[in-house]
Ligand binder design. Structure first.
Ligand SMILES: O=P(O)(O)OC[C@H]1O[C@H](O)[C@H](O)[C@@H](O)[C@@H]1O
Ligand SMILES: [Fe+2]
Length: 206
C-alpha cells in the first residue's frame, strides 16, 4: 500500500511542525565535550544544564530507501565562553547522502568540513537554502541573538555518524563571537584524519 501524501505547517518562530512523527530536544547537559572552553561549559552547566540548546521536529514517512526525512531544527541563541551554540554535528552514516537546510528565522551558519579537512562556512538566513553535498560533515551554528530556525530534508537511509567528529577532536574550525559578529578560528584539539580513514569515507557508494 502506498504511503499517503501529507502536508505540514511550519511555524517559523518556534520550528513547530504540524503532524510530526517524532521530535527530540538536546539540553546543554547532553552536549559535553563539544566546546573549547571547559570552565565556561562547567559554569553554564551549573547555571542552566537543563536548558534546551536545540529541538528537532521531524517527519519520517517510511524508512524505505529512496524516501525522505524532513523537518525543522530550532536553536536557542547562546554561547559557551565566546563560542556560539552549535548542534553536535555529524557526517551521514551513508556518507554520500546530501541534505538541504532552509532558513526560517534568525541568523546562523552551516559549518561544513570535507573528509580531507577543508572547511566551508555558509550563512543561513530566512529564505536562504543551503545545500550540504555528499560526504560533508555538517553542524549548525546560531550566531544571532534570537532563535535560529531552519527546515531540512535528507534521504531516509542517510543516518547520522557522530564518531568521525569525535575521533578528530571535533571539527577543524570553531565559530566565536567577534564584536557583534562572528569569526572562524582553528580548533586547537583537532587531529586530521588519516589517509586510510579519508579513503574509507570517499569510497562510500550506493
Ligand atoms: O544530529 P545533530 O548533529 O545533533 O543535529 C541535529 C539535527 O539537525 C538537523 O535537524 C538535521 O537534519 C538532523 O538530521 C539532525 O539530527
Ligand atoms: Fe545531516
Amino acid at each position: 500500500m502506498a504511503v499517503p501524501p501529507t502536508s505540514h505547517r511550519i511555524d517559523p518562530a518556534t520550528g513547530v511542525l504540524s503532524s510530526p512523527t517524532g521530535r527530540y530536544e538536546k539540553r546543554l547537559a547532553e552536549l559535553a565535550g563539544i566546546y573549547a572552553d571547559a570552565d565556561a561549559f562547567a559554569a553554564a552547566l551549573a547555571e542552566r544544564g537543563d536548558s534546551i540548546v536545540y529541538a528537532v521536529h521531524e517527519v519520517r514517512p517510511a524508512a524505505a530507501r529512496g524516501d525522505l526525512i524532513f523537518g525543522t531544527t530550532f536553536m536557542e541563541p547562546g554561547r559557551i565562553g565566546d563560542e556560539f551554540y552549535v548542534t553536535r554535528g555529524h557526517i551521514h552514516a551513508r556518507a554520500n547522502r546530501p541534505e538541504t537546510y532552509y532558513g526560517e528565522a534568525g541568523e546562523g551558519l552551516m559549518l561544513m568540513e570535507s573528509p580531507e579537512g577543508e572547511t566551508s562556512i555558509l550563512e543561513v538566513r530566512p529564505r536562504v537554502m543551503v545545500y550540504v553535498p555528499p560526504l560533508w560533515i555538517h553542524r549548525s551554528v546560531n550566531t544571532g541573538s534570537a532563535p535560529l530556525v531552519m527546515s531540512f530534508c535528507y534521504p531516509a537511509d542517510a543516518g547520522q555518524d557522530y564518531g568521525l567528529i569525535a575521533r578528530s577532536g571535533g571539527m577543524a574550525t570553531r565559530i566565536l563571537a567577534d564584536g557583534t559578529g562572528w569569526k572562524a578560528v582553528p580548533n586547537a584539539d583537532y587531529r586530521p584524519r588519516s589517509a586510510a580513514e579519508i579513503d574509507a569515507i570517499l569510497a562510500t557508494q550506493d
